[in-house]
Design a protein around this ligand. Structure first.
Ligand code: TRP
Length: 470
């Protein structure tokens, strides 16, 4: 089977696909509102610190593990030790759970392409209320979520080089240009200074134990780490590619886009007198508000922005989808098309529940857990599974895989040097597991959703017990 394994079509194709996986709603939708509701600059500093230490090291580790085994998440763990298979399986579960709410937000982005053309911008004062009305209605957002999911099914069904790679190549650069333009507009609005201060003047008074966990979770979510996604993408990577430098490029691009999104949103937010802690509606309210002030050209720019946002979401969601599908193909010998359609149906049901949990079902949270489906999927993955997934990967790489094998993988069998190898190795082996454990424990203790956290830990324990079944 190794001989027939798909490969990325080109170096730039892999980079764009991996960056496409990393850059998504996590950067443009989630990062601004997480920063906004966790105190702004202090959160951003912690997030940046985590990203370029733990995040970068785990990125390199995941790519190396995937390429070494030439297998997706579960297979890559199993390749070394059956006892570790559960860590990969936990990643597949995370992929499923994230795909339970991600397409809901992807659907909002798609809907806003359409809404931009149908009068959304006509009344700037009503943009906030329109968003609230839209996401809580029972039919529309579910229909858009399904439309978004169908796009995913089509791309993932086509496989790696043909679908995922092509989509990323064209549409990622256009998103970048849009964000730069928006940022310039935002910064030049009268009253934008307060937004810049919010972003860059550190105020550590808002920092608590959960801020660290939130920043770590956001870092992992944004970089597509902690669930085997980069293991899977690494498994399609050619032997001649340099993993450390590719890893650094992906991390830098991802961080750059998140900061650009922050620059596009916060100055405008303060200029318009909106609330930084507005939550998940932030981009969907602030960005149309900027465009609404621009007249006719605003409509055109709004369409372009939401097309680009949809595409960014799509190049990320296909990578999540691919983790699930690659597991079914590699481990369960299910043909790609069947794997895609089968898991797509389950994701559609989860997505419908997540969407409805924001509207008609918002009065009936899940018993004991006290949250709706959207928050359940989000909190379970972002606040626990991704962090624990990263911790397990670090322990696996540091203590199970042989050091010489890692060195060979990261230097392409000595074809070039990786100066940071020793530092990276010790970080992954000793520092990162402890650091994640501390952040997780402190965060989990201080978080409000105790029952949910216990459920998450229980799931991990059960997975570990049945590791050989996956
Ligand atoms: N990183 C993507 C974003 O920022 C989302 C994503 C794709 C992801 N693959 C992932 C998150 C794997 C966690 C794990 O939108």
């Amino acid at each position: 089977m190794e001989a027939t394994r798909e490969n990325w079509g080109s170096r730039i194709g892999f980079l764009l696909a991996a960056a496409g996986s990393a850059v998504g709603l996590g950067n443009i939708w989630r990062f601004p509102y997480m920063a906004g509701s966790n105190g702004g600059s202090a959160f951003i500093i912690i997030y940046l610190a985590f990203t370029f230490t733990i995040g970068l090291c785990i990125m390199i580790a995941e790519l190396a593990v995937g390429r070494r085994a030439k297998l997706a998440a579960v297979g890559a763990y199993k390749h070394s030790s059956e006892r570790w298979t559960f860590a990969g399986a936990l990643g597949v579960l995370s992929g499923f759970l994230i795909m339970g709410f991600y397409p809901v937000v992807g659907g909002w982005a798609l809907a806003y392409v359409w809404k931009s053309t149908t009068g959304l911008l006509a009344d700037p004062g009503a943009i906030g209320a329109a968003f609230g009305g839209f996401i809580t209605s029972p039919v529309q957002p579910v229909a858009w979520m399904l439309a978004f999911l169908v796009l995913n099914v089509v791309i993932v069904a086509k496989g790696i080089a043909g679908g995922i790679e092509k989509a990323g190549k064209i549409l990622m650069p256009s998103l970048f240009v849009m964000l730069v333009l928006l940022g310039i507009r935002s910064i030049t609005l009268p009253g934008a200074g307060a937004g810049l201060a919010f972003l860059f003047r550190p105020d550590f008074s808002a920092v608590t134990g959960t801020t660290f966990l939130a920043a770590l979770g956001q870092s992992f979510f944004s970089l597509s780490l902690g669930m085997g996604c980069m293991i899977t993408y690494g498994s399609y990577l050619k032997k001649s590619e340099k993993i450390p430098s590719n890893g650094l490029i992906i991390v830098s691009l991802d961080t750059g886009v998140a900061l650009l999104a922050g620059l596009a949103i916060f100055p405008a937010l303060f200029a318009f007198g909106l609330e930084p802690a507005a939550g998940p509606g932030l981009v969907f309210v602030v960005v149309p508000s900027i465009f609404a002030q621009m007249g006719g050209i605003g409509v055109v720019l709004s369409i372009i922005f939401f097309v680009a946002l949809t595409v960014a979401a799509l190049t990320s969601s296909v990578s999540l989808f691919e983790v699930v599908v690659a597991y079914l193909i590699d481990q369960k010998q299910i043909p790609r098309i069947r794997a895609v359609i089968g898991s797509g149906v389950v994701m559609a049901i989860m997505g419908a529940l997540a969407s409805l949990s924001l509207g008609v079902m918002s009065g009936t949270p899940i018993p004991l857990l006290g949250v709706g489906a959207f928050d359940l999927f989000d909190i379970l993955t972002d606040k626990i599974f991704l962090a624990i997934g990263g911790l397990l990967l670090a322990v696996f790489v540091g203590w199970v895989i042989r050091k010489d094998d890692l060195r060979a993988e990261l230097t392409n069998d000595g074809a070039h040097t990786f100066g940071g190898f020793t530092l990276w190795y010790h970080a992954v082996k000793y520092v990162i597991p402890v650091a994640i454990a501390v952040v997780a424990v402190v965060g989990i203790i201080s978080i409000e959703q105790t029952a949910l956290m216990l459920l998450g830990l229980l799931v991990i324990a059960v997975f570990a017990l049945f590791s050989r079944r996956f």
